[in-house]
Design a protein. Structure first.
Length: 135
């Protein structure tokens, strides 16, 4: 849904939180580096599922995020939660877990108007969806 009137607009975009998508790939790599995928069968299954779906999405070239990426959200969320739990248990990395969660919250609040179809300035929408394929 997209409706533009002058410099104001309303839209509904089901993109999700870009920070979650991008940073979860880093956390998956971190999880692999920590050896989570070696001994724990559940972690190995989650990591392989996500990586295979990332590979399929990367090879298809159509940019169909909803069709290729949506099914991996639960697996990514579990991997992210495992890594945040590990970060939280160390006083040295706890600040990074807090920063990550705070960033997710801020971006959620930033994208909330497009999830709720609230009226926003067109410039604000252009900032939120700065990558052309997101529009």
């Amino acid at each position: 849904y997209l409706k533009v009137r002058g410099d104001q607009m309303r839209c509904v975009v089901a993109l999700g939180n870009p920070f979650f998508w991008m940073f979860s790939f880093f956390l998956i790599a971190d999880s692999l580096g920590q050896g989570r995928g070696r001994g724990d069968q559940a972690s190995r299954f989650l990591i392989s599922t996500v990586l295979i779906q990332w590979l399929i999405w990367g090879l298809c070239g159509s940019g169909g995020v909803i069709f290729y990426m949506l099914p991996m959200i639960p697996s990514m969320a579990i991997i992210v939660a495992q890594e945040l739990d590990r970060w939280w248990s160390s006083s040295r990395t706890r600040k990074w877990a807090v920063a990550y969660l705070f960033s997710l919250l801020l971006l959620f609040l930033g994208y909330l108007p497009t999830l709720m179809s609230l009226t926003i300035p067109v410039k604000y929408w252009e900032i939120l969806y700065c990558i052309p394929s997101w529009r």
